[in-house]
Design a protein around this ligand. Structure first.
Ligand code: ADP
Length: 587
């Protein structure tokens, strides 16, 4: 599969991010809208309760009025017999007064047949007096139960109202008639029409009879049964009003009596939050319809916030992945570097081992010449000695022959020591060998190896060696260091009249300090920093390789020691420190 081109991938990512942004914004806007609806519904519910309370309080205020008036002796007396004109006039005026004081709509007195015998509106053309209301349900209810109530459109006045009635009874409890108070709600409707909400009150048949907006009254919230229709007709509840259905369907349910509804409202089709609250005592239902109001700004803010959040998230992710990639890259290059360093270190170590070895070989070569010279002389001497010995034996001088053997013996012992040393000196010692050894012993060995030159050059050596000076190290390599230092000192003093070599070992806990001082004139100031560099030499070609000090330096460092140089008392002064081997302290 061929890899997707870079620009295509970029475009794809951009598209994805954009799509995500749009989706997030859309989702958030929808959520915000939904939430606003739910909040609105809850607010509507709370408001509905307030409206219901207001209505309830209004009705309650008048509920007791007919009952109290039914106890009035004058009214009761009037119903016991026929009423003459003066009596009726007095009753009319009385009811008119009370109605004015109670601020009810109308008060009227019905006789036992439902005929209105007196009414507070007697002066008006729409006076109730003389009309028969026996067909009204509240009258029959009052006759049967002692009290009644009914909402209806006034057949005489055409004004709808709530009729509350109480029975007027005789001394023996017999039914004499009914005291009726009519409540109209124009003030309530007026009050309610101030808000933006549509408020409706429907009766038990779901017919809207109170509405704060024009065109909503006398609408059916559900279809009527035939029985309903005939009952409404006989009680003339809504009299001449035509009842038309209100078309609506609910889109979403929020809870009990709480819907989002699409309504063919009188002022056009619209979606409403429709809250309903039953009013049990009256068997009515109060409705609150509110157009959902989601400010465009709120929607936009929600969308923007979501888009912002989404983008922040995307960029955070991008940032993190970038960081992660960088870290991985860094980690990889660090590993690569470490690997390289390790490789180089290994190479260097090999090279160093090679250097040590070649330095040793070079020293060996030089020493071989010296040794050949050194051994040649005793060999000649020994041959002569042997000849003398043979002569002595020939002459039977056993005693003298015996004596002549001693120097031979000594010479052989020394030669054996020399060759023994050389044998071990040239071997490749495994680096890192750490055996307990006495530093003073190492000095002894080195001196012994160089003894011929010391003697030849007539060097006076001064030794102050603390013994034993236990260190952990590789005897052969340390010996090589010592030999290098000593040979350099001898070289430096070669043509000097005063040849003085001073070697000291002192304890400087936690270190041993070994110093080698000579009287060879020292090292030039500008060379002091370079003498430990490989191949630095001031000696003529063929004599010096410039490796001795470099190798020595390396060996000492490998053993956790230090090697340094300065000029003192007319010569170079080398200081070598090595850690005191702790477990050897007491030995
Ligand atoms: P090489 O002996 O082969 O020259 P070294 O590394 O042993 O190599 O010594 C490097 C140089 O340090 C010598 O050539 C010499 O100039 C200087 N040097 C070393 N030891 C002494 C000393 N004791 N006195 C004066 N110069 C010295």
């Amino acid at each position: 599969m061929s890899p997707i081109p870079r620009f295509l991938r970029l475009a794809l990512y951009t598209l994805l991010i954009l799509a995500g942004t749009v989706l997030a914004a859309g989702w958030a806007m929808q959520r915000a809208e939904q939430q606003a609806l739910v909040d609105d519904a809850a607010r509507g519910k709370a408001q509905l309760t307030l409206y219901a309370n207001a209505l309830h309080t209004l009705i309650e205020r008048y509920r007791a009025l007919p009952a109290v008036l039914a106890l009035d002796p004058q009214l009761r007396a009037a119903l016991t017999g026929p009423i003459d004109a003066t009596q009726q006039d007095a009753l009319n005026r009385k009811l008119e007064r009370i109605n004015g004081a109670a601020r009810s709509s109308t008060l009227q007195l019905l006789d036992r047949n439902g005929l209105s015998v007196a009414a507070s509106n007697w002066r008006l053309p729409s006076s109730y007096v003389g009309h028969d209301y026996g067909f009204r349900p509240y009258f029959n209810q009052t006759r049967a139960e002692g009290s009644g109530r009914f909402y209806a459109v006034g057949v005489t006045s055409g004004i709808p109202g709530y009729f509350l009635a109480s029975a007027v009874t005789g001394d023996n409890g017999e039914f004499l008639g009914a005291m009726v108070v009519k409540l109209e709600f124009p003030e309530l409707e007026h009050e309610w029409s101030k808000g933006n909400d549509t408020l409706l009150v429907s009766d038990a048949r779901d017919i809207v009879f109170i509405a704060n907006q024009p065109g909503w009254r006398y609408r059916l919230l559900r279809p009527l049964h035939d029985t309903d229709r005939s009952e409404i007709g006989s009680t003339r509840q809504y009299d001449k009003q035509s009842l038309s259905p209100l078309e609506y369907r609910s889109l979403q349910v929020f809870g009990d009596n709480s819907y989002l509804t699409r309504v063919d409202a009188p002022d056009g089709r619209a979606d409403y939050l429709w809250e309903s609250l039953p009013l049990p005592p009256e068997d009515w239902t109060l409705h609150l319809l509110r157009k959902p109001q989601m400010a465009a700004e709120e929607r936009r803010n929600a969308g923007l916030a979501a888009a912002g959040l989404w983008l922040a998230l995307v960029f955070l992710l991008l940032f993190l992945s970038q960081r992660w990639r960088l870290a991985r890259l860094r980690q990889r290059s660090r590993e690569e570097l470490e690997r390289l360093v390790e490789e180089r270190t290994r190479d260097l170590r090999t090279a160093q081992d090679g250097l040590v070895q070649s330095a040793k070989l070079a020293a060996l070569g030089q020493m071989s010449a010296a040794l050949a010279h050194e051994i040649n002389q005793p060999l000649t001497a020994q041959r002569m000695q042997l000849a003398t010995l043979r002569l002595l034996l020939d002459h039977g001088r056993i005693e003298a022959a015996h004596q002549a053997l001693d120097p031979l013996d000594q010479m052989l012992t020394r030669m054996a020591a020399l060759t023994g040393h050389l044998k071990t000196y040239a071997r490749q010692s495994p680096s890192g060998l750490r055996e307990p050894l006495d530093l003073a012993g190492v000095v002894d060995q080195a001196l012994q190896l160089l003894e011929p030159r010391l003697r030849e050059d007539a060097v006076s050596s001064v030794l102050h060696l603390t013994r034993p000076a236990w260190v952990r190290g590789d005897a052969i390599r340390l010996e090589q260091v010592l030999i290098n230092l000593l040979r350099n000192a001898l070289d430096a003093m070669h043509d000097k009249p005063l040849k003085r070599l001073e070697i000291r070992i002192e304890a400087r806990p936690p270190l041993w300090l070994l110093t080698v001082g000579d009287s060879g004139g020292g090292i030039a100031e500008e060379h002091l920093a370079k003498v430990f560099d490989p191949f630095f030499t001031t000696k003529p070609v063929g004599e010096g390789l410039g490796l001795g000090l470099a190798v020595s330096y390396a060996i000492v460092h490998e053993l956790d020691g230090r090697l340094s140089v300065d000029n003192r008392q007319g010569g170079a002064h080398f200081s070598l420190t090595l850690p005191i081997a702790p477990e050897m302290n007491t030995r």
